[in-house]
Design a protein around this ligand. Structure first.
Ligand code: S3P
Length: 167
């Protein structure tokens, strides 16, 4: 089976769902943001601050390619779909789940968040950003999971049912 990839906007719960899925399936979990932090020995915020978004996106594309492998669960950064080459790569190499979370839930979850550079950039209209990314998430994913009102366990169970469903 191809590796399992979680995509979705900031605050959609990719990290928590990946951990729950990893517990249930007994598969290792990895995270492209964490891989960037480990590789650069810098925080995401500091990469944005010192080198800019383009450099961060270069690291992100590079780390995505390094995640390749069967039997792994990978949580990706919310902007992974900003590059069509990443979407192509995901379609070719992964079993991709889009965690589809409404704007209201995202807003509520991230209201006190100070760690995400894109979220904390006042110049950027985050709702428009979400709307512009939705078609990209949908066009990349094999499965779309509506997450509002569900906890990570329930979402992971829904994913497992889809993975095991007869084709
Ligand atoms: C980003 C999302 C973040 C992180 C970076 C940029 C984005 O990941 O990759 O701050 O462009 O949406 P999460 O989706 O895990 O917050």
């Amino acid at each position: 089976m191809k590796g399992i990839y979680l995509i979705g906007f900031m605050g959609s719960g990719k990290t928590s769902v990946a951990i729950s899925l990893s517990d249930k399936l007994q598969l290792p979990v990895q995270d492209t943001d964490q891989m960037i932090v480990d590789y650069t020995k810098s925080s995401i915020a500091s990469i944005f601050d010192r080198c800019g978004e383009e450099t961060f996106r270069n690291y992100e594309s590079e780390m995505l390619k390094r995640t390749e492998g069967e039997g792994k669960i990978t949580s990706t950064g919310g902007g992974i779909v900003e590059r069509e080459s990443n979407c192509d790569w995901l379609r070719r190499n992964g079993l991709v789940f889009y965690l589809d979370t409404s704007w209201d839930v995202i807003l509520d979850r991230l209201k006190d968040d100070k760690s995400r550079p894109i979220w904390n950039n006042n110049q950027r209209d985050k709702r428009k950003l979400l709307e512009s990314r939705i078609p990209k998430y949908e066009a990349t994913a094999n499965y779309v999971i509506k997450t509002d009102g569900k906890d990570p366990e329930a979402i992971a169970d829904e994913m497992i049912a889809l993975i095991n469903a007869p084709k």
